[in-house]
Design a protein around this ligand. Structure first.
Ligand code: NDP
Length: 595
């Protein structure tokens, strides 16, 4: 398939898609309430400390202590806010980096643009792509520097947050009996915060230990994120899932276990990683403002805008940005453009398929590992050791395009074949960003006059800037893709924009002596309409894709236009940032009703 024959390629891609578009594909065990798998939610990293209920009044409560929540806290602190309470079900700050401590966990976005506030923290990441623990400790260092842990409540889940108009405060109740008030409520609950566990018949009968990668059980495997998994010696392990997580976890598990079975539903496109230590002279080459410039340079390319120098120069910019933005020239018809885009995408995918042939010695395994879909269909992955792991005699690849048939006490069954395992690792990902905010928040949010966010916003957003919603006074939502803001591969970049806005807005509101603000109906309608107007139905291209998070699991046509972005495609990141910066600079609180 080395030559681009458009019809043949399409046919092959559609056949591979159809293999995977099977009933039950998206069925999950709802881990937010599943009693049998309640242990999957437990925090294996920090012991829970008993404490009495808290009943005080704070200035701001931030729900979620991940990168977005901590950055919001920093900007609020800089705006002069004294009592800031971060609240999280985790045992500390870090968000995704708190929970995801599986062996090999790494961020595949370059550390110099992903790790926030490097200049201010005077920190230089140790490697081009940082391991999870380095990122978690960095987020923690920021929280400590800005004193965001003193008033924090960890291992605490909000049960209900309700706006009290008379007191002009949010009343927050939690599962630890807390009942306190706050003037401002900031939702920074995360994008991929709910673990996804497929519903596989019989899975509760498995006799051995099993866990999700976002709660790695080192009690079972021994070792640590960068230490050998010594308790896996003599054990047979199954890894279900070959997304960004599964591919990072395989090499360390394969190095420790007697045998590993990898259950693959869809192969990921695995590009080269090229990780390396940060050069010793890196810091000396940097000028003030370098990190924002580098983040902007990356984002420019992701939006298809020209840059003089590709500062990141990795698979994201070389492949993903190019596949998303095939070159156009004057006079080109739509059909010519689509043909060119497909051809370019095909060349990128061929490069990935060739890489499999080069790195995997067994042609039978290589054939199964080759991805047949367009590069833009599925989040790409990058790794230098993953494919090589299949050359080990103790790693078996199990091809299961329709998923796992069932699980018995011994282990999974695929195509009638029983695999006998000691341990099952579910690297099966997270509920996608299209999961409605009220579900991701996990608690009832009751605004003015008893209006519930889950009722106003059952499955579609209604906001100003993707950050405030009418009926919910003094409440901010940290911006997220699919939430009426903009998309970034580098989520930190968007979190910084959101945090600046929250800090700036609160400073202005406090200076003006405002007790409460609410988004005006006109402002919300205007913003939401703009989002809807710029929405283009992705079905034409994404409908032909293998099912994935990026095409709503094979159903792109049912994406609600209200859950789109500000601006076409990925949205207008720079226009969005300018708009928010201008709003703060004006200090006029346009679009808000103040009292
Ligand atoms: P993904 O959703 O990407 O992958 C889940 C895997 O589980 C897929 O291979 C999926 O197959 C498979 N799977 C799901 N259900 C079944 C089933 N019933 N039987 C067999 N296989 C099944 O989750 P990840 O945790 O890998 O990644 C989630 C996201 O987290 C990424 O997209 C990324 O945004 C982020 N992430 C980022 C990292 C980074 O370095 N920045 C690292 C890790 C994660 P199928 O493909 O067919 O759906």
């Amino acid at each position: 398939m080395s030559h681009f024959d458009q019809d043949a390629v399409k046919e092959k891609y559609l056949a591979e898609r159809d293999k995977r578009l099977v009933p039950g594909r998206t069925d999950i065990r709802d881990l937010t309430r599943d009693e049998h798998f309640a242990r999957f939610r437990a925090d294996p990293f920090t012991p829970r400390i008993e404490r009495g209920p808290v009943t005080d009044d704070v200035d701001v409560t931030i729900i979620g202590g991940g990168i977005a929540g901590v950055l919001a806290g920093v900007q609020l602190r800089k705006a002069g806010v004294e009592r800031i309470r971060i609240l999280d079900v985790a045992g500390g700050v870090g968000g995704t980096w708190y929970w995801n401590r599986y062996p090999g966990v790494m961020c595949d976005v370059e550390s110099y643009i992903y790790m926030p506030m490097l200049e201010e923290m005077d920190y230089v990441p140790t490697r081009r792509y940082a391991y999870g623990e380095e990122i978690r400790l960095h987020v923690q260092a920021i929280a400590e520097r800005f004193d965001l842990e003193t008033d924090a409540l960890f291992h605490t889940g909000v049960t209900c947050a309700e706006w009290d108009d008379n007191a002009a405060r949010w009343r927050v109740q939690t599962d630890r009996g807390d009942d306190f008030t706050a003037r401002y409520y900031v939702l920074a609950v995360g994008l991929l915060n709910l673990m996804k566990l497929p519903a596989i018949p019989g899975m509760e009968d498995f006799a051995g230990p099993s866990f999700h990668t976002a709660r790695w059980d080192y009690g079972v495997t021994g070792g640590g994120p960068d230490e050998p998994l010594d308790k896996l010696q003599g054990k047979v392990v199954g890894i279900i899932g070959t997304g960004a997580t599964g591919i990072q976890a395989l090499p360390p598990v394969a190095a420790a276990a007697d045998h590993v079975y990898v259950f693959q539903r869809t192969p990921s496109a695995i590009g080269a990683r090229g990780n390396r230590p940060t050069p010793p002279d890196f810091a000396q080459t940097l000028k003030p403002g370098w990190q924002r410039e580098r983040m902007d340079n990356f984002q420019m390319q992701m939006l298809g805008k020209p840059v003089e120098l590709d500062m990141t120069d990795d698979g994201w910019t070389q492949h993903y940005a190019k596949a998303q933005h095939a070159p156009r020239w004057k006079g080109m018809t739509f059909e010519e453009y689509m043909h060119r885009a497909e051809e370019l995408d095909f060349a990128i995918m061929e490069e990935h398929r060739q890489r499999v042939d080069e790195l995997v010695k067994d042609p039978a395994k290589a054939a199964i590992l080759k991805p047949y879909y367009r590069y833009i269909c599925k989040r790409p992955c990058f790794h230098d050791e993953y494919l090589d792991a299949y050359n080990r005699p103790n790693v078996t690849l199990v091809d299961c395009p329709t998923g796992i048939e069932r699980v018995t006490p011994q282990g999974p069954v695929v195509n009638g074949e029983q695999f006998e395992l000691d341990v099952i690792v579910y690297g099966t990902g997270f509920e996608a960003e299209l999961t409605p905010l009220p579900r991701r928040a996990g608690h009832e949010i009751v605004g003015r006059g008893g209006i519930k966010l889950s009722e106003k916003w059952p499955d579609n957003a209604a906001t100003l800037f993707g950050m405030m919603s009418r009926g919910f006074p003094n409440m901010f939502i940290m911006p997220t893709p699919a939430g009426q803001s903009v998309v970034t591969v580098n989520y930190t970049h968007l979190a910084l924009v959101g945090a600046d806005f929250v800090g700036g807005a609160v400073r202005i509101l406090e200076e003006r002596g405002v007790k409460s603000f609410e988004v005006s109906a006109d402002a919300e309608d205007e913003w939401t309409n703009k989002v809807m107007e710029s929405f283009t139905d992705p079905s034409h291209v994404m409908g032909a894709c293998t099912p994935s998070r990026l095409n709503n699991e094979g159903d792109p046509g049912s994406i609600n236009p209200r859950n789109g972005n500000w601006g076409r495609g990925f949205g207008d990141f720079f226009g969005y940032r300018d708009l928010l910066e201008q709003w703060v600079a004006n200090g006029e609180c346009e679009g808000l009703e103040l009292s």
